[in-house]
Design a protein around this ligand. Structure first.
Ligand SMILES: CC(C)(COP(=O)(O)OP(=O)(O)OC[C@H]1O[C@@H](n2cnc3c(N)ncnc32)[C@H](O)[C@@H]1OP(=O)(O)O)[C@@H](O)C(=O)NCCC(=O)NCCS
Length: 160
């Protein structure tokens, strides 16, 4: 298997990031815990294998905290997600952040396993928060992974 490499998102990648966001997150907007993000306008990392993009992570830094906004692996269970987490962790440390965090939803059992395996800990449960998010982004589906109703936001963090 070819080596995985990571590359910072460049201005020339913005249209591609926008396309990926629409494809995987239903529109160019991502709504997390009342905040609206446009991932194609955020810093990020692209994972490549043999020249092909195999994953994308976007993030937002606010003071001493770095929030992962989107993370998509196009080659599941082959280390892409972990490699992108290593990259954003390095970015957060270089920016002087003390905390790396993210929001996921109750249905996303894969993400909950993935982040906890990496070392993230659950630190917040926002019951019913997705209903609020749907007021801003109606495209959020009612059902998620395994047909589980998408209702609640879960916050995970890792201290740097
Ligand atoms: C979550 C996601 C980013 C993980 O990416 P990935 O490239 O598969 O991650 P890795 O290969 O680095 O996996 C690392 C570990 O996470 C865990 N993991 C990943 N996918 C898993 C799954 N489907 N079930 C159980 N554990 C899983 C495993 O412990 C895995 O290690 P292992 O394969 O050695 O057992 C990917 O599943 C994805 O893109 N999901 C859809 C988008 C999404 O939900 N993003 C997160 C939003 S907050």
């Amino acid at each position: 298997m070819q080596d995985l490499t990571v590359h910072p998102v460049q201005p020339a990648d913005q249209d591609w990031v926008r396309e990926i966001t629409i494809q995987n997150w239903g529109s160019e907007q991502v709504v997390l815990h009342h905040a609206l993000y446009l991932p194609h306008q955020l810093p990020g990392w692209i994972a490549r294998r043999d020249g092909d993009a195999v994953g994308l992570l976007t993030y937002h830094i606010d003071a001493a905290a770095c929030e992962i906004v989107t993370l998509d692996s196009f080659q599941p269970r082959q280390g892409v997600g972990t490699t992108l987490l290593h990259a954003v962790r390095r970015s957060a440390c270089q920016a002087g952040c003390r905390r790396l965090w993210l929001i996921t939803t109750n249905d996303n059992l894969t993400a909950l396993g993935f982040y906890q395996k990496y070392g993230f800990q659950l630190c917040g449960l926002y019951c019913g928060a997705v209903q609020q998010a749907r007021k801003i982004k109606p495209e959020i589906p009612l059902l998620g992974e395994n047909g589980i109703p998408i209702r609640d936001e879960l916050e995970l963090e890792i201290w740097l």
